[in-house]
Design a protein around this ligand. Sequence first.
Ligand code: BG6
Length: 496
Amino acid sequence: MKPPNLTLVIFGGAGDLTHRKLLPALYNLHVDGLLPDTFAVVGIGRREFTDEAYRDFAKDGVQQFSRRTIDQARWQTFAAALFFINASIDAPDAFPTIGARLDTIEHERGIPGNRVYYLAVPPAWFVPTVRQLQHARFVAPTDAKMFARLIVEKPIGRDLASAMAINDAIASVFGERQIFRIDHYLGKETVQNILVLRFANSFFEPLFNQKYVDHVQITVAEEEGVGTRAAYYEAAGALRDMVQNHLLQLLTLVAMEPPYSLDADVVRDEKLEIIQSLRPMEGDASDAYAVRAQYGPGTVDGKPLPGYTSEAGVAPNSRIETFVALQVFIDNWRWAGVPFFLRTGKRLPRRASEISIQLKPVPPILFNKNPDKRLDPNVLTIRIQPDESFSLGISSKVPGTRVEIRPVEMELDYCRAFASSSPEAYERLLLDVMLGDATLFMRRDGVETSWKWITPILNRWTERQDAPLPAYPAGSAGPVEADRLIESTGRRWRSL
Ligand code: BG6
């Protein structure tokens, strides 16, 4: 099914996200024939781009970041649909000017007025931009023939109160069904496959509960440091930047009950229940189960790397965490007593995101009798990136006349199995917004419930500002405190 003809209006149209992700994703959708028959992409920003210069900017983004190289004929038709409006969204006459230009573009291209507004701007601009959209009458009422939809990037707030304030302001202009809050992890192919793996196979689902699962590990490790994003990161840190959204979303997909349908709200209701069932981490519980740390100087392949506080734009006395490890419990019948270990950090040894579901050991009889040589428990590992795959760790007899048992891996490598590259997360997400499917987007209650759970940890860290902040060398697997967290339960992190 193709989306209806529409205009995608990107506030922050000359920004980094648009350059690296959105324009390459749109180009790939175009190549796949998935965009509407008639469409326009209109970037809005402070850069003094003509439409031609904007097309060059887009081409550069596609050349650098697209999963496909440029096909000249397809590029021409795509580029013809790109436009740029130079405007500062806080200038008094900005929106009338933008409106007039959009009307002209839509009239010339025969687009009926369906619009998707994308807020690819810093969060401080979310509310003012939405207010201006309302003021300038850019938002068709929900019952109108034409639609207006809004895409909001993270971060939505920095704690529960600020998230609610942003959501309230947006809700005074757009109905919940018009709002698409992006968590780009939900657009990743391997992440979408979690539900398929669980609910389209009968192997796994019967095992996904406290009777069989010993514990679950969710790791999102990044090799990169803070890079050029210190201004944002200094006000965020790993808990806000990664855990509140991406890691909790992965957790919901692993732990949720089977929804009775794939309807967006049914799926999101089930995910919400998991967040609501998270055991609160307040006060002492936060001290015991939440580890934060910051990377110090280190070396990778003999190359020295600076510590976080020596990165450009970072305060020399910054206490922002670049690593978080948590032990969390889901207090429902299915998962009672099963610990979920979450960890994420920057400047870890390599980029590796994976979920591993570790089953309980088989009883200490038969092949598992020898206390000095216990069998490895079975593990299901979902590798989200890179090298998208999933594998099952099982025990097998080594061929021979004696009974010798060894752990082996059964692996499904996406690339080899399907012989095609996976679409980028933003391809799927942009397409879904155009089609009006909100399944892979965050509903308001989901965002706020996550913040409600995260905020006490943040508060505790603020209260304990004088407590020493653990450090780990750049390029290492994280602080010893994170090892202690899991090892105190008799388990170990999977190696990075
Ligand atoms: C973003 C965070 O949401 O996700 C970044 O703000 C992080 O700090 C990024 O680097 C990781 O995304 P991915 O898709 O590269 O794993």
